[in-house]
Design a protein around this ligand. Structure first.
Ligand code: R5P
Length: 293
């Protein structure tokens, strides 16, 4: 039993109100429960509340993707440079050390391989397992306009309802399949639907015909997927434009791990996302890191 508190002088500070505690840096998150906000805050950091998420989940439908053949040897050294990882539970359990402190987003939809109809997805992860693994969020593809559009929306809804039970946010990915357009009109539609239905973060592609209208009309953070490998300066320019036009960061894979110098590339991406560096400056940083290596 502790000693009784007998001190007469106490400091109740009656004129000082307790802050409301909202994770103010995460757009649209103020009304979420504590665990949800805590997880989102682990992904979005720095003065701008942005993220550099490293996407390495490509194997869930296309096997050992170029650059991801040996995640243990080639990707683990990069993990400490990322604000968060996006990956499958298979790679997490088999390759990532449990002592890792980097938050991660678990791929939670799947089904078809690259040989099949990509929109034919199902929920591929139980939320209890996401909780068991301590996921910061789960990610689901939504194929607006795709062949199995409604099922992929239902997949997301199931994960959102399960996630609300456990305090685990859902990241909805605007999956464009092989043939769907990536213009502002389509991306506005897809991002808004995903947010309206309850996702806490939306991942989408950059478009050059009004990306700021995509981020402005989406009430939760939009993060930019990198897409196919580009020359480094082009990829940095795209990331720069995305964050200047309202993205809360990037979820970039191939443009980092398929670079000949992934470690220098992720440092340059961080400079663009977190320090608002111009793409040419970030590219100079990339080249100087390559030269020093
Ligand atoms: C697709 O396989 C995954 O959703 C990736 O996480 C996503 O496409 C981002 O990776 P990348 O920058 O390579 O497009």
């Amino acid at each position: 039993m502790p000693d009784v508190d007998t001190l007469e002088t106490r400091d109740f500070r009656p004129g000082v109100s307790t802050p409301n505690g909202a994770a103010a840096l995460v757009k649209g998150a103020g009304a979420l429960d504590w665990g949800m906000q805590n997880r989102l805050s682990s992904i979005f950091s720095g003065p701008g509340g942005r993220t550099v998420m490293l996407a390495i989940d490509h194997g869930y439908f296309q096997g050992p993707t170029s650059g991801l053949e040996r995640i243990d040897l080639d990707i683990l050294p990069l993990v400490g440079s990322a604000d968060a990882l996006m990956l499958t539970r298979g790679i997490l359990r088999s390759v990532v050390p449990p002592a890792s402190q980097v938050p991660f987003v678990l791929r939670a939809s799947g089904g078809p391989s690259v040989l099949g109809e990509l929109s034919d997805e199902y929920v591929a992860l139980d939320m209890q397992d996401a909780a068991r693994l301590n996921a910061a969020a789960v990610a689901v593809q939504v194929f607006i306009g795709g062949k199995y559009e409604s099922r992929t929306v239902k997949n997301m809804l199931q994960l959102i309802d399960d996630g609300l039970r456990y305090g685990i946010p859902v990241l909805g990915v605007t999956a464009v399949g092989r043939e769907l357009t990536r213009d502002a009109r389509y991306l506005r539609l897809a991002c808004r639907i995903i947010a309206e239905l309850g996702a806490s973060v939306v991942k989408t592609y950059y478009c050059d015909d009004g990306f700021e209208s995509v981020t402005a009309t989406c009430p939760v953070p939009v993060i930019m997927a990198g897409g196919k490998k580009l020359p480094e300066l082009e990829a940095l320019t795209m990331a720069h434009r995305a964050v200047q036009e309202g993205a809360a960061g990037v979820d970039m894979g191939r443009n980092i791990f398929q670079s000949e110098h992934p470690s220098a590339m992720i440092a340059a991406v961080r400079a663009v996302v977190h320090d608002d560096r111009e793409p040419e400056d970030a590219y100079d940083l990339f080249r100087s890191l390559v030269a020093d290596a």
